[in-house]
Design a binder for this molecule. Structure first.
Ligand SMILES: Cc1cc2nc3c(=O)[nH]c(=O)nc-3n(C[C@H](O)[C@H](O)[C@H](O)COP(=O)(O)OP(=O)(O)OC[C@H]3O[C@@H](n4cnc5c(N)ncnc54)[C@H](O)[C@@H]3O)c2cc1C
Length: 415
């Protein structure tokens, strides 16, 4: 292969986090020449995607990993969610959603990001048509006739020019590639931080995921391995540093107070970390020969555990658009053409808008402590089961089965 060809890829993916890596694996059956550009090695303590968070994977994400041949490795380290229990601190009302009632074997599965990262990395190593440049980062991009150019900085300030038919920004909520492409994004800070970690409850969760709304923000407890619970505790920005600095005993006491005694006494809390929470939305999903996926396109509050699941549906839709272009025009199809990008953008806009509205609405509705709103909410919680379609809509979003789904999200392999 000559040097010019060597530096040309069908697709360059900026960001080898959860979404960028999944995209490279989703595309693998198409045999395209793909490069991932990622600044932080997966095993590094500072890797922002594959860290100690527990992620709840929806049914559509499960089906997608099944279609990609990765599910057996993921499920070996995952815990099924059979029930979801939603409650409001200080109120009697609560609601629950059951897998049986929904006619599914599980509503979702909980996996630790670091573990998922290991499975994805092993699979990436087996894709022959893929190059992973790491540590490396994209420092500039621009259009060229019939392609996009990408300047990549590798260690020691060495830079290299690549070209590609399609550039995919999967570099997270503060996407620099999105900025380089001239796509603006709105960012709204919630004034909250999510404190995450895991603990041992006296009574095992028995495959129940708990979501509890408190005046400070939502608190989720997810079932993970060894009868432990992964927690995502939203605290106000003003309170976050204090909560993080508490010794283990005081921390558990405050968390217990927020959650209540439904699971008995909490003990043995693990390492804690905190994430600032914001809602980010890109104004457009495409630029010339470029698309946005995952958090680069939309960053959600983790209240409904949907950010990665939504990002995977971006991935599945993009894979569908590219596979269809190649089915229609053969191996010479222009996969970065405006037609392909427009199809992707039109397809994704609705799902993203719905999820952004749904999660932001939940945060605002349940975060509002004013009397009338709280009173109305209380009626809502008590009547949650009675509002026609409400629970099944919630369940559908949770399972990721709303709207028109691409092949991979339906569990259909690309080839
Ligand atoms: C507390 C918390 C709990 C969550 N729980 C859930 C859950 O249960 N279920 C769920 O579906 N979602 C959940 N999410 C959301 C989920 O974590 C994100 O949606 C997901 O990580 C997005 O992945 P991403 O690959 O798009 O972005 P990121 O995870 O941010 O990864 C971006 C990658 O791009 C790399 N990068 C950065 N700059 C550059 C550059 N210039 N060039 C190239 N690469 C670059 C980074 O190093 C990183 O590897 C949660 C989020 C939080 C904060």
């Amino acid at each position: 292969m000559n040097a010019q060809r060597d530096n040309h890829y069908d697709i360059v993916i900026a960001g080898g986090g959860m979404v960028g890596s999944s995209l490279a694996l989703g595309l693998a059956p198409l045999g395209l020449r793909v490069a991932i550009i990622e600044p932080v090695p997966r095993a590094a303590e500072t890797q922002p995607s594959f860290d100690d968070r527990s992620t709840a994977l929806s049914r559509s994400s499960q089906r997608m990993f099944q279609a990609m041949g990765l599910w057996d490795d993921i499920v070996a380290a995952a815990t099924p969610i059979l029930h979801i229990h939603v409650s409001d601190q200080g109120r009697f009302g609560f609601s629950h959603i059951d897998a049986d009632e929904q006619g599914v074997e599980a509503l979702g599965y909980v996996v630790i990001n670091r573990v998922l990262g290991g499975v994805l990395q092993t699979a990436l190593g087996k894709v022959e048509s893929l190059d992973v440049l790491c540590p490396a980062r994209i420092v500039a991009t621009g259009p060229a006739p019939g392609s996009a150019t990408v300047t990549v900085e590798e260690g020691d300030d060495q830079s290299r020019e690549l070209s590609c038919d399609l550039l995919v920004a999967a570099d997270g909520a503060n996407s620099q590639v999105r900025t380089m492409l001239g796509i603006a994004a709105t960012q709204i800070e919630y004034g909250q931080r999510a404190v995450i970690g895991n603990l041992l409850p006296e009574k095992p969760l028995q495959n129940v995921a708990y979501e509890r709304f408190t005046p400070q923000g939502p608190l989720a407890l997810l079932p993970v391995a060894d009868d432990r619970a992964g927690f995502v505790w939203t605290v106000s920005e003003q309170n976050a540093d204090r909560v993080l600095a508490l010794d283990d005993e005081s921390f558990l006491k405050e968390l217990q107070h927020a959650f209540g005694n439904r699971l008995g006494e909490f003990s043995k809390v693990g390492k804690r970390a905190a994430y600032p929470l914001l809602l980010s939305k890109a104004m457009r999903l495409t630029a010339q020969r470029a698309v946005l996926v995952g958090n680069a396109a939309h960053g959600l509050h983790p209240v409904a555990a949907q950010g990665f699941n939504l990002g995977l549906r971006d991935v599945a839709s993009l894979c569908d658009c590219i596979a269809d272009a190649r089915r229609d025009a053969g191996a010479d199809a222009d996969i970065g053409s405006e037609l392909v990008l427009e199809r992707y953008s039109n397809w994704r806009r609705g799902d993203q808008k719905k999820l952004v509205g749904f999660t932001d609405g939940l945060v605002r509705l349940f975060g509002d402590t004013r009397g009338p709103v709280r009173a109305l909410r209380n009626i809502g919680m008590l009547g949650f089961d009675l509002i026609p379609g409400m629970r099944s809509l919630f369940a559908k979003h949770t399972m990721g089965l709303a709207g028109r789904l691409p092949r991979l999200s339906r569990g259909v392999p690309l080839s």
